[in-house]
Design a protein around this ligand. Sequence first.
Ligand code: TYM
Length: 335
Amino acid sequence: MRVVSGIQPTGNLHLGNYLGAIRRWATMQDSIEGEGGECIFFLADLHAITVFNDPAELRANVNGMAAALIACGIDPDRSILFNQARVPAHAELAWILNCTARMGWLGRMTQWKDKAGKNREGASVGLFAYPVLQAADVLLYQATHVPVGEDQKQHLELARDIATKFNTDYGVELFTLPEPHIGKDAARIMSLRDGSAKMSKSDPSDMSRINLTDDDDAIVQKIRKAKTDPAPLPDSWDELADRPEARNLVAIYAALTDRTPQSVLEDHAGQGFGAFKPALAELLVQTIAPIRSRLAAFSADPAAIDAILAKGSARAADIAAPTLAGAYQALGLPR
Ligand code: TYM
């Protein structure tokens, strides 16, 4: 079993990242012990540059995001933690796989369509080829499990298509087909201001998301102001089908308490949001406060973070080397 996943080092870690992915990275890290195999987690800084990023900010964000992952329970002694730019094999394999992926496949990616919008001619080639780099990220390590939120599912299906085509074209069994590992109820945490948009780092309104750096007051305020409707909570999850904002808050509550949304509703049925929101805010404060204080402690020592990433990247490069060599060999490229 080999678990591989990444996160872009832009902005702060938010509740969607945490419940949709990072918290599960930490549980997988804990459960893999004794089973053999390893967890490989990285900061996707090469993905971040597909749109313009201020270099000084990006540099700070790489360290900041690494500290945030450690604060969430990723242990650099047990998991391999690094940033992509330090392991050139990612960019190398991405180039090779650019020659396997088809324009049509990439053109169908919903994230490309959303991000490029109407300005496709002005988008970077990197933004278009973004999912190919993501395929390289997982194929390089023969990943078996890739824990991600729902929004990354299409990219991972593409990685499987690219792996299959490469293996077939060159008559090799080089790449393992990765399995997306998507949680059930927290796979898509929505914006607090609009139940039809996912919670995202790029939303201009900070009120739309809970950041893991938010202080207790900010968390309480954001939940108090979260968009809802006037109806009380029903006793069945199905009845929330047409109430996306209410559904989102119940799903967050359920994820934080490791329960099903249905069982949360059974306890809170008949309650209005005037009562439910403070309970949810309290839970969030309890979850986030310890992460925030660990994060502050780690952030105070950027040299230590840098050393962790340097060590992680050396371990990652060793694991990646045979697969990259296998790809060059399959292609008939002497080195
Ligand atoms: P990124 O940086 O946007 O998000 C990191 C992880 O958080 C999940 N996520 C969410 N889950 C639930 N609800 C939300 N609102 C929410 N927002 C984000 C994402 O699904 C993701 O798991 N392209 C990737 C990074 C990447 C990667 C990879 C992931 C690069 N290479 C290889 C896996 C394997 C990205 O931009 O994630």
